[in-house]
Design a protein around this ligand. Structure first.
Ligand code: F6P
Length: 342
């Protein structure tokens, strides 16, 4: 068989581990040819590919990023995009395509499936917001990086008697904020799922400081939003998939907290640091298991499936189940996190 593979959307630690697993089993055990398309859906649209031999995946397991490159290109938002993708796949005699990505990349995969492409999906995002899988790889690494940063901010916050606002990624779902905030002992965690009231936050901080605390840590997901009419925030640019470029809530919060409480405040935006570097051991293992399951599915002709983690088992589910809704932070989990607020 000739199997295409691409990585789309924002990169995340573990993508290379998936690529390695697909090639190791696909080429090494099944004897298939794996064609890697460059830069997400731009590769098949523009006919940009590379051969993925066993040799090309040596040393990839711990390497961050993706050797295939990635982009947020949406063929369905580009003139003649889907036709160009189909033409490239036909030219390259591709029997099946493994698409590694989040809601946007897999959403395109689903549409192409409707156009006759045989697809296997692999869920990826540091945000962990894909329905159908308990965890995506990359999330655990991002949480660890954020937690390490929060630990470091604690000591400098304490020395200077400051409120530290830490902004982490998570545009629609606050999984990274909730996990890293819990792990790092944050005094307030703000997530998109629970619009916040700035007055309430400042009251909590004042209460905490009146009880004797001299510093506080506030962890905010970049998509955290104030309750309507309580605080102004700026809108950003929009990408090919209609997502607003976020970032900025941390600074707004820090300014407002300092102004309203009189406590000195500083902001740290962790941003893309959370997506960079080597995957954690846990993410290397899930990524490897996902890669092996994906090539098994392609080999068996089990198309239209996305590999997923259910409990501790790797399973295959219809792609639409993986992308049909956003997986937001579980209310009970956030309630547990909030026991430690203020
Ligand atoms: O992949 C999702 C994500 O990590 C979001 O949390 C964030 O808003 C977005 O990527 C930013 O991506 P970029 O700046 O690379 O487009």
């Amino acid at each position: 068989m000739r199997i295409g593979m691409l990585t789309g959307g924002g990169d995340c630690p573990g993508l290379n581990a998936v690529i390695r697993a697909v090639v190791r089993k696909g080429v090494g055990e099944f004897g298939h040819t794996i064609v890697g398309y460059r830069h997400g859906w731009r590769g098949p649209m523009e006919g940009e590919s590379m051969d993925l031999s066993l040799w090309t995946v040596r040393g990839l397991l711990p390497r961050g990023g993706t050797i295939l490159g990635t982009s947020r290109t949406n063929p369905y938002k580009t003139d003649d995009g889907p036709r160009k993708v189909l033409a490239t796949l036909a030219r390259d005699r591709i029997d099946a395509l493994i698409a590694i990505g989040g809601e946007d990349t897999l959403g395109v995969a689903l549409k192409l499936e409707g156009d006759g492409v045989r697809i296997v999906g692999v869920p990826k995002t540091i945000d962990n917001d894909l329905s159908g899988t308990d965890f995506t790889f990359g999330f655990h690494t991002a949480v660890q990086i954020a937690t390490d940063a929060i630990d470091r901010l604690h000591t400098t916050a304490e020395s200077h008697d400051r409120v530290m606002v830490v902004e982490v990624m998570g545009r629609h779902a606050g999984w990274i904020a909730t996990y890293s905030g819990m792990a790092g002992g944050a005094d307030i965690i703000l997530i998109p799922e629970e619009p916040f009231d700035i007055d309430e936050i400042c009251d909590r901080l004042k209460h905490r400081h009146q009880q004797g605390a001299s510093f506080s840590i506030v962890v905010a997901a970049e998509g955290a939003t104030p309750k309507e009419g309580t605080m102004e925030v700026q809108a950003g640019e929009v990408d090919d998939f209609g997502h607003v470029r976020l970032g900025g809530i941390g600074q707004r919060l820090s300014d407002e907290i300092e102004r309203r409480t009189g406590y000195e405040a500083r902001m740290t935006a962790l941003g893309h640091v959370l997506r960079g570097g080597s995957p954690s051991a846990y993410d290397r293992v899930i990524a490897t298991r996902f890669g092996v399951e994906a090539i098994d599915a392609a080999h068996e002709g089990d198309y239209g499936k996305m590999v997923a983690l259910h409990g501790t088992a790797v399973v295959r589910i219809p792609i639409e189940e993986g992308v049909d809704r956003l997986k937001t932070v579980d209310g009970r989990l956030f309630e547990t996190a909030s026991v430690f607020f203020g």
